[in-house]
Design a protein around this ligand. Structure first.
Ligand code: HEM
Ligand SMILES: N=C(Nc1cccc(CNC[C@@H]2CCCN2)c1)c1cccs1
Length: 356
């Protein structure tokens, strides 16, 4: 086929890779290639079959170089919602995604794919806490301050709490609408340590399911700009970053006080002791609540199995070392002592320009 455009080229490569890996016949491949060629020459684009979409979304996960959780790439639940064309339908399907993925705590890795190019979800994650800048300092999640301001501009009523779940902001064909999430679909875990009782006054909690909604899914030259996907948490994301970073909830000083540590002397490693206590509390609390979570040692072990499996099959292993090593005790994992090819193959998930 004279490759008249970049899209033809990328479509060609994807269909070949997909039909090869799915063991399709030569006839199927030939027929599909000429069909795709026709669609592109006639309309300038082409439509994936549901099978191609499912394969593409799974392989995009397998190609995500920053992800430690890729062992389970083939078990992704792919929900094809490319036919929806109103804000309300999209909102209802996002609520269904949250319920299906949460599954009362037995988290199911899931992605919902909307029509390419004309849908955007403005949220970073479907469930995330608001952040506020007040005269007395910050309240809530500082990472959400800018988006929270946007929601207030769009008519959202701020509650100025520490853990206010943000509304969904859905853009369709250039029109943006705001939707509140019903409390009952948001599963949260109260975080208390297995040891220290004084933690309780800190009244800590976090939401159960991380659902990334601001990245695009690129398959064979087609960009799905709204394709929210979730897995389950690795404990350090909550305990070593979201609740610990001094530009996030910055809780280590309070944790250290609750542990009656001497915080006047750094070389006593009080920050490290507080981190350990907080991270064991996160893992313990999620497990006690029956919510899926993985510790960073187990996750690294699973990633090692992923590497071994990919090697056996003869596929390249790609990874981004600085993201794959966990923020807590990284040198205790094999990842720390390895090097990885950072090449970003497609299909893949990519950052996209902010819609606001
Ligand atoms: C099943 C459990 C999973 C676990 C435990 C897991 C774990 C992680 C962790 C810890 C990160 C780094 C996040 C950060 O430091 O902010 C990450 C990144 C990533 N994961 Fe996974 N993941 C899982 C499933 C998935 C799924 C289902 C997808 C997509 C279908 C996915 C795609 C990605 C992508 C694209 C990134 C990079 C995000 C960025 O660049 O900001 N992961 N994963
Ligand atoms: N466990 C998860 N964690 C995760 C995965 C991808 C992206 C993120 C959020 N990353 C952005 C934050 C903020 C800056 C650096 N980390 C979290 C998953 C979320 C969705 C699928 S798995």
């Amino acid at each position: 086929i004279p490759l008249k455009s970049q899209l033809l080229n990328e479509a060609y490569i994807f269909i070949h890779q997909c039909y090869e890996e799915l063991n399709k016949s030569e006839d199927d491949l030939k027929n599909r290639l000429s069909e795709v060629n026709q669609q592109i020459l006639l309309s300038g684009t082409y439509k994936h079959t549901s099978e191609e979409l499912e394969y593409g979304a799974k392989v995009a996960w397998r190609n995500s170089v920053r992800c430690i959780g890729r062992l389970f790439w083939d078990s992704l639940h792919v929900i094809d919602q490319r036919q929806l064309d109103t804000h309300e339908q999209i909102y209802n399907v996002l609520v269904k995604h949250i319920e299906y993925a949460t599954n009362k705590g037995k988290v199911r890795p899931t992605i919902t794919v909307f029509s390419p190019n004309n849908v955007r979800v403005w949220n970073h994650q479907l469930i995330r806490y608001a952040g506020y800048e007040t005269d007395e300092g910050n309240m809530g999640d500082p990472d959400s301050i800018q988006f929270t301001k946007k929601c207030i501009e769009l008519g959202w009523e701020p509650k100025y709490g520490r853990f206010d779940v943000l509304p969904l902001v859905i853009e369709l064909n250039g029109e943006t609408k705001l939707f509140e999430l019903p409390d009952e679909i948001i599963l949260e875990v109260n975080i208390q340590p297995p040891t220290i009782k004084s933690f309780d006054e800190l009244k800590l909690k976090w939401y159960a399911v991380p659902i990334i909604s601001n990245m695009s899914l690129e398959i064979g030259g087609i960009t799905y700009s709204a394709a929210p996907f979730n897995g389950w948490y690795m404990g350090t994301e909550i305990g070593a970053r979201n609740l610990a970073d001094d530009f996030r909830y910055n809780l280590l000083p309070e944790i250290a006080d609750a542990m009656e540590l001497d915080t006047s002397n750094r070389s006593m490693l009080w920050r490290d002791r507080a981190l350990l206590e907080l991270n064991t509390a996160v893992l313990h609390s999620f497990k006690a609540s029956g919510v899926t979570i993985v510790d960073h040692h187990t996750a690294a072990e699973q990633f090692k199995r992923f590497e071994q499996k990919e090697k056996r099959i003869g596929r390249p292993i790609t990874g981004k070392w600085s993201w794959l090593i966990p923020p807590l005790t990284p040198a205790a994992t094999h990842i720390f002592h390895n090097q990885y090819d950072e090449q970003e193959l497609t299909p893949n998930y990519f950052y996209q320009k902010k819609p606001f």
